[in-house]
Design a protein. Structure first.
Length: 157
């Protein structure tokens, strides 16, 4: 049966597609009717991926603090070497700044996994495709909402 808004929202539950968190007494709403494709095994795998990325970012930041930021530009022989060293440090710190934002996204994704909202678009509350989550596990928007966001950003210049 179809509704004016598309196919009927009636879902069949399987053991591996129960919503996380699941309550048999849950109100009949968007989350209660959703057919979740991510099972506990998938969530555990994504959580491990995110935690490994977090560990690598923190190790990289620690390395930057201990090794790469210790260069004294005043000790370099000429102005060209000094400028090159300063440029390199600037690039490294810019990359670390980007990694700081990625780290915040990883933390948010881990929180969403623990809260049972991982894989759900923040804007339209539809499922995010597993392929998109594989490519970018920190994403919070489905592909359609992300495209709309990019179009809006593009139109503002």
């Amino acid at each position: 049966m179809s509704t004016p808004f598309g196919p009927s929202l009636t879902r069949r539950w399987t053991a591996n597609s129960l919503p996380v968190p699941f309550s048999r007494d849950a109100p009949q709403g968007v989350l209660a009717e959703r057919s979740w494709r991510l099972n506990k095994k998938d969530l555990k795998r994504f959580k491990m991926m995110l935690e490994e990325s977090k560990r690598q970012l923190l190790a990289s930041a620690k390395k930057t603090l201990s090794e790469e930021s210790s260069v004294d530009t005043n000790e370099l022989p000429d102005e060209i070497d000094q400028a090159s060293s300063e440029y390199q440090q600037s690039m490294i710190f810019r990359l670390r700044d980007r990694e700081k934002f990625l780290l915040a996204k990883i933390e948010k994704a881990l929180t969403r996994i623990d809260g049972g909202m991982f894989g759900i678009c923040e804007r339209c509350e539809e499922e995010i495709s597993p392929k998109r989550l594989e490519a970018r596990p920190v994403t919070t928007l489905c592909i359609r909402c992300k495209e709309e966001q990019e179009q809006a950003e593009k139109s503002f210049g």
